[in-house]
Write a protein that binds this ligand. Structure first.
Ligand code: C5P
Length: 306
């Protein structure tokens, strides 16, 4: 086998409820992850030593050394397969970097799937999920895909039982980036300043879960929520305009994706998403727009399978 190519989706958080900071610096959260059809493609090939090259959307911002999340995933898998030879990872990016769409976590998940195949590691989904959780909070979800409830740091997953509704999203990419730790820190500061008592165990929103069970996009649009949004807006105030523009143009719901700065809008149909994307792009409130539908499948081999 010369190489294995894996496709991995971007993720949105339909709900992101954040608890107080923990002793280890992370926050307990309850989130509803939702994978959408915007994909990175990762190829793993045998090499003398481990390395990574990156092309596409925002490639110059992706570290090409040991800080690269895909290489960290390779190292985490190699700890379980000590005899594994070197590997070169090629990442073709379409998911923007530092955009709140789990692009880096997705690349890590894809690298795990690709190397597991290349090395004939034989690890099943539960074992890969455990290794994924060591690499980053969102990596296990990128393996799973679909729509799922995440707890703990986000790595404890339960697939959401929902009808096979496809939702049509418009993603507005910002002209700038946000650092996830900085957004969490800004939320902690905002809450401390407001003297807010944050319950230790954040809760799943029953309105969102019932909307997802009904498959009614209108109800889902109304129930979208993100505790990180005020913090992201404080660090990137221009996003307010982007969110307001999308709602004015008829989106069923709007929110900042994860720690931002990507804004996402739910449309009533594929046609409405097309209209909304064109209008948002003309409104000059973001760098560029993309359309995506969800739920999309998690990291999956597209070529080079045994
Ligand atoms: O796990 P990951 O490396 O993706 O997390 C990036 C950063 O986001 C963490 O270092 C932490 O600052 C923040 N984070 C958090 N609580 C979570 C997930 C992430 O505080 N549940």
């Amino acid at each position: 086998m010369t190489g294995v190519t894996v496709r991995v989706p971007a993720k949105l958080n339909l709900q992101l409820a954040v608890g107080p900071p923990r002793a280890d610096g992370y926050h307990d959260l309850v989130t509803v992850f939702h994978a959408v059809s915007l994909f990175d493609e990762i190829t793993a090939e045998p090499a003398r030593r481990d390395g990574v090259s990156v092309s596409g959307e925002g490639a110059d911002r992706v570290p090409a050394d040991g800080d690269n999340l895909a290489l960290r995933a390779v190292a985490a898998l190699r700890a379980e397969v000590p005899s594994a030879p070197g590997v070169h990872i090629t990442i073709a990016k379409r998911i923007p970097v530092a955009a709140g769409l789990a692009g880096g976590s997705g690349d890590a998940a894809a690298a795990l799937v690709a190397c597991n195949e290349l090395w004939a590691g034989g690890f099943g989904p539960p074992q890969l999920a455990e290794i994924a959780a060591r690499v980053g909070s969102d990596v296990a979800f990128s393996l799973l895909g679909g729509t799922a409830v995440g707890r703990g740091r986000g790595e404890q997953l339960t697939p959401a039982l929902a009808p096979a509704t496809q939702y049509h999203w418009v993603l507005a990419f910002a002209d700038g980036h946000l650092s996830t730790p900085e957004v969490y820190a800004a939320l902690d500061r905002q809450r401390a300043r407001a003297g807010e008592q944050v319950p230790a165990g954040p809760e799943l929103d029953p309105a969102l879960m019932s909307a997802l069970r009904s498959g009614d996009a209108r109800l889902v649009g109304r129930a979208l929520s993100n505790d990180l949004q005020p913090a992201a807006l404080s660090l990137f105030p221009a996003l307010r305009k982007t969110l307001a523009a999308g709602l004015e143009l008829g989106a069923l719901g709007a929110l900042v994706s994860g720690s931002g700065p990507t804004c996402v809008f739910l449309a009533a149909s594929a046609d409405r998403a097309l209209d909304l994307a064109a209008s948002l792009s003309g409104a000059g409130v973001c760098r560029s727009v993309a359309r995506a539908s969800g739920p999309a499948p998690g990291a999956a081999i597209v070529s080079g399978a045994r």
